[in-house]
Design a protein around this ligand. Structure first.
Ligand SMILES: C[C@](O)(CO)[C@H](O)COP(=O)(O)OP(=O)(O)OC[C@H]1O[C@@H](n2ccc(N)nc2=O)[C@H](O)[C@@H]1O
Ligand SMILES: Nc1ncnc2c1ncn2[C@@H]1O[C@H](COP(=O)(O)OP(=O)(O)OP(=O)(O)O)[C@@H](O)[C@H]1O
Length: 314
């Protein structure tokens, strides 16, 4: 057996999408963000982020929506990799290859997932062994959803969403996601939320007792009833047809449905595989959704995919 010439070192990290089971939005802060009380759940829709040493910093994207993702310095994965390099004093550029399954601008934190993937992959490639809390700190500086993409599972987010706390959550849930053709910009949805609430007193955000009880019980029906998203009226205002998608879910037996994060993806929790299939077929036939996928949650956060670090030729 001989080493291929040149030996190619690469690290691949698989990172899940998220859905916000609960998203309570507080008042607009002076820094332009909103304080949140949110419950994140990681679901089994994944992007794969591969990094390898290269002459220059670069990123390539594959997958059906690759054309929607910036391939320059604006790419969140590239920003994350450079940020870690700067923090660790690394001067070795990497080429990043992203395979996207998570919808772009879909409210499922796809860009955040790629940033978390790049942080973990570069940490492994460069052998840094960065302490977890330091990686989480960097993640939070890159975007509010990035720390959760690292962590996965089910967790409560506070601050602007970047401060995570564990939550007692039982059970595994089946999800059906209805995708939209047109993404929604996260800042635009928050701005629309502010516009719709103008003149109203907005209290500091608190997780609801109904959600905490549902999570403790592991009861999918209770969880379905407790789903709540304060950004939903704003997303519906910007994309009114999402209302029909939500209605179709309840007609087909979903236990609950809501707009995922800032939308426009709609997430349904379903009792079993039969309802999942019925709903997926109904959504596809209705022409209301650009795509439909089934997933389960909670799943792990960002993880290195085991594999050879050196390509060998036998
Ligand atoms: C909608 C959610 O996905 C729910 O988890 C997140 O709040 C969005 O998180 P994200 O995409 O990581 O957002 P960031 O990149 O941190 O912020 C993008 C923009 O969203 C708005 N933003 C975000 C988070 C937050 N708590 N309040 C906000 O108002 C701000 O306009 C901000 O400039
Ligand atoms: N690696 C990336 N993947 C996807 N989008 C990226 C990436 N890097 C930068 N972006 C930009 O970020 C924008 C938002 O994309 P993203 O898929 O993260 O939205 P989202 O899932 O709605 O985000 P969130 O749920 O965190 O609010 C895209 O329109 C794109 O211009």
């Amino acid at each position: 057996m001989s080493l291929a010439v040149p030996p190619s070192r690469s690290v691949t990290v698989r990172v899940p999408a998220k859905v916000n089971l609960e998203l309570i939005v507080g008042p607009l802060r002076p820094d332009g963000f909103h304080d949140l009380a949110t419950v994140y759940q990681a679901v089994s829709l994944y992007d794969d982020v591969t990094v390898r040493p290269a002459d220059d910093w670069s990123v390539t994207v594959s997958g059906a929506e690759a054309h929607l993702v910036p391939d320059g310095g604006d790419n969140l994965a590239l920003r994350a990799a450079r940020r870690l390099a700067e923090a660790a004093g690394i001067e070795e550029p990497v080429g990043i290859a992203i395979h996207k399954e998570i919808p772009v601008a879909g409210g499922m934190a796809g860009g955040s997932a790629d940033a978390a993937g790049a942080l973990l992959a570069c940490d492994a490639l460069w052998g840094l062994g960065t302490p977890r809390h330091a990686l989480e700190q960097l993640a939070g500086e890159i975007g509010s959803d990035v720390p959760f993409a690292l962590a996965g599972g089910t967790a409560v987010g506070s601050g602007r969403g970047e401060q995570l706390a564990p939550v007692l959550a039982r059970g595994s849930y089946q999800w059906v996601f209805a995708f939209s053709d047109n993404g929604l910009s996260t800042p635009r949805v928050y701005a629309e939320c502010d516009r719709l609430r103008e003149g109203r007193d907005v209290p500091p955000p608190q997780p609801t007792a109904a959600m905490m009880t549902a999570l403790r019980s592991g009861d999918a029906a209770a969880l379905g009833k407790a789903l709540v998203n304060d950004l939903q009226p704003a997303a519906l205002s910007l994309q009114p047809q999402l209302r029909e998608v939500l209605e179709l879910g309840s007609e087909c037996g979903a236990l609950g449905g809501l707009v995922s994060g800032s939308g426009p993806t709609v997430a349904f929790i379903v009792p079993d595989a039969e309802v999942a299939l019925d709903l997926a077929v109904a959504l596809a036939a209705s022409g209301l959704a650009a795509g439909v996928k089934r997933a389960t949650g909670p799943v792990h956060g960002a993880q290195v995919v085991p594999g050879p670090s050196v390509t060998r030729v036998d």
